[in-house]
Design a protein around this ligand. Structure first.
Ligand code: IMP
Length: 424
């Protein structure tokens, strides 16, 4: 296998975890490059379900180095819970490594996320309330704490003298929240230092050098349409899930990336607020949600469901840097007579047709999908393991998607298990 990035090509929850898990078999190193515990990755192995948020799911394999990279944000309490869950299941976590450059989500980040969401009115993003936005905000404002800061009392003290007066003013005056004392944050950081210590890779640069010749799997979270630069801004997360994000968020650099696999469902889902042109608020949407079990792993929220949108996918291929697509959950359509694909948007105000994705999301409320309709295949495909054995109508549907997206579909997932996968 070449060095590969796995990215969500839609609004997250595309089934990246299964594809990552599959590719992890042939990788030496698996590195998560952005996001935090806002992600929810479900992997099913031998009928056992594992739910991951931040720790790379590659940890289920023995002898793979699994890294939580510099571009991530780590909420210590959530990390501890996830870690203990894996230990309780008897999973060996000795190959888990954390970059000292990763950012820490502090309690006040969670409070600010909660406050902002509750008071945003029409500007509500529908975040996971895991403090992701405020942690990245502080990182870019250069007042964030990194894992490495936990291991130097002098650095931590110096940084807290800069950070806390600013943060406390903001907490009290802007958000009406309680301030934090330096003693309280220092004590918390001492606790965090203990928690992370067995996993922090202080010889970070040596680790990168050591694995330059190995096979690297870059594990993305969320998806291209939630990317802070390219997604449906402002209804996005605060990091860069796109293929390029793997270069900045891992430390391995762009020349280490050979392939970028974009994971997409055969339909579209979204959680949280924001535009979604092919959304189905009807029985068909309910049917997709029910058959596809479309409820959030992290928040339990019912996901909004809609038909496959080739407009956003073409955009995802372009800006996500995709070299191929892994199409998941195509089996959800086994009982559908008709399957629709959105090939363009039409502006209800003036009839203008968009075949390229319009990046001003505030006009999306005026857009309606232009659909083409495909005949269903009406049989159970969940046990099929070879492309040629798929029903003709399923193959026609897949070939049409490849044509529309100008990108090959390299993997087809027909069920949640590792075995239910067709490699094309
Ligand atoms: P945040 O990442 O918690 O700030 O949330 C920002 C937006 O990204 C919201 O619409 C969330 O629902 C969405 N989001 C964040 N993580 C995920 C994910 O793993 N899957 C799907 N949506 C997500």
């Amino acid at each position: 296998m070449k060095n590969t990035v796995v990215v969500g090509a839609q609004w997250g929850d595309e089934g990246k975890a299964k594809i990552t898990d599959l590719l992890a078999q042939n990788a030496d190193v698996i590195i998560r490059y952005q996001g935090g515990c806002n992600a929810g990755h479900t992997v099913v192995v031998d009928n056992k379900t594992f739910k991951f948020h931040l720790i790379p799911s590659g940890i289920l394999y023995k002898n793979k180095i699994c890294i939580i990279g510099p571009g991530t944000v780590i909420h210590p309490e959530s990390f501890e819970k996830e870690l203990n869950g894996l230990i309780d299941e008897g999973i060996d976590i000795s190959n888990l490594k954390i970059s000292p450059l990763a950012s820490i989500t502090m309690p006040y980040h969670i409070e600010i996320d909660g406050y902002s969401e509750s008071n945003a009115g029409k500007g509500k993003i529908g975040t996971t309330k895991k403090g992701i936005g405020p942690t990245y905000t502080d990182k870019y404002a250069r007042i964030g704490l990194k894992i490495q800061d936990l291991y130097s009392a002098e650095t931590l003290s110096e940084k807290l003298d800069i950070i806390l007066p600013l943060k406390n003013k903001q907490l009290e005056k802007v958000y009406g929240l309680e301030p934090y004392t330096k003693e309280c944050i220092t004590a918390l950081c001492e606790k965090y230092a203990e928690l992370f210590k067995p996993y922090v890779c202080f010889e970070w640069q040596d680790l990168l050098r050591e694995h330059k010749k190995d096979t690297i799997l870059f594990e993305g979270a969320q998806g291209v349409m939630l990317d802070v630069d390219y997604g449906t801004y402002p209804f996005v997360t605060s990091s860069n899930p796109i293929g390029g994000g793997a270069a900045t968020g891992s430390g391995f650099g762009p020349r280490m990336i050979d392939e970028v696999i974009g994971v997409s469902k055969a339909y579209v889902t979204r959680v949280g607020e924001g535009p979604f042109v092919t959304e189905l608020n009807d029985e068909t949407g309910d049917k997709i949600r029910e058959i596809g079990h479309e409820f959030g792993v992290t928040t339990g929220r019912p996901r909004r469901c809609g038909w496959f949108d080739a407009v956003i996918m073409k955009y995802a291929v372009l800006v996500g840097g995709l070299t191929s697509i892994a199409l998941t959950k195509i089996d959800v359509f086994d009982s559908f007579d008709e399957i629709k694909v959105c090939t363009a948007y039409k502006d209800k105000r003036n009839g203008q047709i968009y075949t390229s994705y319009p990046t001003d999301v505030f006009i999306h409320k005026y857009l309606e999908p232009v659909y083409e309709t495909h005949a269903g295949w009406g049989v159970d495909i969940t046990k099929i393991k070879e492309y040629d054995k798929l029903p003709e109508n399923a193959k026609k549907y897949l070939e049409r998607l490849e044509e529309l997206l100008e990108c090959p579909i390299s993997i087809i997932s027909v069920g949640p298990d590792r075995e239910q996968t067709i490699i094309k």
